[in-house]
Design a protein around this ligand. Sequence first.
Ligand SMILES: *Cc1c(COP(=O)(O)O)cnc(C)c1O
Length: 391
Amino acid sequence: MKQDVKKFRVSTQLSMLGRNPDEQSGFVNSPVYRGSTVLFKTCEDIRQNRARFAYGTQGTPTIENLENAWSALCGAAGTVISPSGLGALALALFSVTKAGDHILVTDSVYRPTRQFCNTMLAKYGVTVTYYDPLIGAGIEHLVQDNTRLIMLECPGSQSFEVQDIGAIVAVAKRHNLSTIIDNTWATPLFFKAHDHGIDLSVEAGTKYLGGHSDLLMGLVSANASHWPALRETYDAMSMLPGAEDCFLALRGLRTLHLRVEEAQARGLEMARWLAQQPEVSRVLHPALASCPGHENWKKYFTGSTGLFSVVLNDRFRQDNVDDMLDNMSVFSMGFSWGGFESLITPFNCADYRTAIAWAPEGLTLRLQIGLEDIEDLKEDLKAGLQRLYLR
Ligand SMILES: *Cc1c(COP(=O)(O)O)cnc(C)c1O
């Protein structure tokens, strides 16, 4: 769009960003550019590298449309896009670390991120301390001479602790440390990471941006100080997204606000309903007071989405949960989330946490609330909770 889209409110921006009908023969949506070779007219053009894109790995208008749209939405200096959320996390971490550095990573981090730190970063001589997600300003005691980065994830993967982002960012600024957040759950619609002083914000576009369980993508947005190193890392690794995937993500962008608002309403209704069921001990939903760090959610976030967890009463064992989950009729079991379909999965963070013991009073389930009829979802869960008593 030729005009300054940023002067409009967010849903208007989502409708306008990343397309330019004047350059598209008037068509509403931009075409999908696929390609490796880009042609030059003269030797001089080649010598001077005179081209908007000199080769397919340097990007295409399709990729650039999505990069620019995401940067505008996030209030970022720039965005790079990779073929998966984990790929985006890897790019962000590589862009701010070097051999000999120490980094602080929340103990509630997405498990594959932990795996990346413990294997790839360790191999390149970066050491990691995992910290209690609810540590707040106390993180200052963990800062060492060679500490380079604090990584946050809000809310925590599976366990949903909400961190005191302001207190942690203040410590990072005092010690000149970079900050990265995995902001997948809230999306930039409900948490604007850069406005809160965070340097790099990662979104698994696989989740709400895609929204239909048919896309893998990761986006990293950077503020001005961290943008050059991020782009350099991305160019060096050539971890670029496919054209069709960018097209799907741009399509997802148009309805992102509708889908996350709907996810918010449904997630809250189901979370409150579950809190009233006698089989449920606690609901871990950031917008409910029963969630660790709920006061931080109130302080920093402008909304919640459709993913949360529950702790069952301690009388139920694994075989009871098997009876429940093996026979659901609307909810299915599977990883990922943010699609149109409801999911329920068992999880246990105790196996891998290192900073703090994770020991809830009962077995735990994570729910993604989809777009099915809410009464069908409640009936399916009600029947499932009854199956907990079968043996
Ligand atoms: C799914 C997810 C990722 C990774 O995204 P992929 O595209 O599956 O690699 C990263 N962070 C969070 C919080 C996620 O839920």
